[in-house]
Every structure is written in structure tokens, then in C-alpha cells.
Design a protein around this ligand. Structure first.
Ligand code: FE
Ligand code: FE
Ligand code: FE
Length: 163
């Protein structure tokens, strides 16, 4: 086992992980928007795709601030969640339960992002990266807001469709 790894190394690895994940999410959201049956859900996915573009830019600023090239590292977790989204769209494509499935998948994505940004923010604080913290905080805030919005939509859309 390597003995010379630091918290900084871990921070960079995790930053690369979420950078990769955000780019994958950016590519998946239009497909989810297209599949969604409820107008509100479609709009929520489109809006979050725009936000995701800004989040990717903030991550690029973080790379710049720490003097590292913006590079992603394959995140198996997000690839797995996206794979599950594809399964839902294939298996539930024209059913009444599709939107509920899309909502559940989208919340799994947001929860992954929330855990990543929460960790990265805590590590950035501990390392004294004062300019980096607000950028991660802003992404974290958007993911949390999205999660709350999705929870609200799950309440209205899924109940309406079940009725
Ligand atoms: Fe994001
Ligand atoms: Fe990951
Ligand atoms: Fe998100």
C-alpha cells in the first residue's frame, strides 16, 4: 500500500470523480427529459441540465485554483445509476409508472452528488482552500434544491398519475 498519499491526493481523485459524473449527467438529462411524461418533470430535467453546465464550469475553476488540469476519472457509481435509468426507460417506457421511476433515478443521482460535494467541501475546508469552498458549496446547494424539487414533484405527479 502506498504510504505517501495525502488528503490532497484524495481530494483530487474525488474531484475527478464528480467531474466525470457531472459530464455523464449532462449527457443523460436530455434523454430523461424526453422520456418524462409530465410537463413539470420534463422542465425540471431541462432546467437541471442548464444548472449542470454551470456546475461543470465551477469544477473547472476548482481545478484551476488548485493548479491541476481538469480531468475526469471514471465513476462507476454514476455509470451504474445511469444504466439503471436506461433500464427503467426501456422496461417502463410507455407505462404509468415511468415518471415515478425517472424521479427515483434522478433522486439517486442527486443523493450521490450531495454526498460527493459534502465530502469535497469538508476536505477543502480542512485543507484551508478558502476560494474553493464557496464553489463546492454552490454546487452542493443546487443539488440539494433539486432533490427537494424532485421530492415535491414525486408528491404531485405520482399521486396525480396514480389517481
Ligand atoms: Fe450536478
Ligand atoms: Fe464515483
Ligand atoms: Fe444534480
Amino acid at each position: 500500500m502506498p504510504q505517501d498519499k495525502s488528503l490532497q491526493d484524495l481530494f483530487i481523485e474525488t474531484l475527478k470523480d464528480i467531474y466525470f459524473a457531472e459530464k455523464q449527467i449532462y449527457r443523460s438529462l436530455p434523454k430523461m427529459a424526453k422520456a418524462a411524461q409530465a410537463q413539470d418533470l420534463r422542465e425540471a430535467f431541462r432546467h437541471h441540465q442548464e444548472q449542470t453546465e454551470g456546475q461543470i464550469e465551477r469544477l473547472e475553476q476548482v481545478f484551476e485554483l488548485i493548479g491541476k488540469p481538469a480531468r475526469g476519472k471514471q465513476c462507476l457509481a454514476i455509470l451504474g445509476i445511469i444504466e439503471e435509468a436506461k433500464e427503467i426507460m426501456e422496461e417502463f417506457g410507455d407505462s404509468q409508472a415511468l415518471d415515478a421511476g425517472l424521479l427515483a433515478t434522478a433522486q439517486a443521482v442527486e443523493h450521490y452528488e450531495i454526498s460527493r460535494y459534502g465530502t469535497l467541501k469538508a476536505w477543502a475546508k480542512r485543507m484551508g482552500l478558502k476560494d474553493v469552498v464557496p464553489l463546492l458549496e454552490e454546487n452542493l446547494k443546487e443539488e440539494k434544491e433539486t432533490d427537494v424539487l424532485l421530492t415535491e414533484l414525486a408528491g404531485t405527479i405520482v399521486n396525480a398519475e396514480a389517481a
